[in-house]
Write a new protein. Structure first.
Length: 165
């Protein structure tokens, strides 16, 4: 049986470790606010609400005034995906092959939810929820589709950590 490669021989996995660490932080800071119904405004006593306001105002009205279904999406991110990112970081560092199936489930779910549902509304949905500034929206939100798609490719075999990529 082939052994897993150590992390230093899987250099692209550092990318996943960094990205999922960032995703963990952003899901806790950004997605908890609309999920919990905290009002985003520039003078909020909550620094997370002020930070979200700075992003969403003039850029992302769907995030600024989320309907119930969007609060479910942000709730999944804050309270399901967020903790899972920690598990992914540990799995990549330690080379846990058993993360493969949960990683595939996560990557498929978030790619569909973010890539189709959220982006679909942001680009072609009701006018009041359409993105107002693609130059700001896409760099901040595209990684939540692109990185999971790369993860799907990375997890394509039963023993993903036995090869470099």
């Amino acid at each position: 049986m082939t052994k897993n490669l150590p992390l230093r021989k899987r250099p692209f996995d550092y990318f996943f470790i960094v990205m999922f660490s960032l995703f963990c932080i952003t899901s806790a800071i950004s997605d908890a606010v609309p999920t919990l119904g905290i009002e985003m405004r520039p003078d909020s006593p909550n620094w997370m609400a002020r930070a979200n306001y700075g992003y969403a105002n003039h850029c992302d009205p769907l995030f600024m005034h989320p309907p119930v279904w969007m609060r479910i999406v942000t709730g999944l991110s804050a309270f399901v995906y967020g903790p899972f990112y920690i598990l992914l970081v540990i799995a990549f560092i330690k080379g846990w092959n058993k993360i493969q199936v949960p990683a595939i489930v996560y990557a498929t779910a978030i790619s569909v939810i973010t890539g189709i549902i959220v982006f679909g509304v942001e680009f072609w949905g009701e006018p009041e929820w359409r993105c107002q500034d693609l130059s700001r929206f896409l760099p901040l939100n595209s990684p939540y589709v692109l990185v999971p798609l790369l993860l799907l490719f990375r997890m394509r075999s039963h023993h993903p950590f036995q090869r470099k990529f």
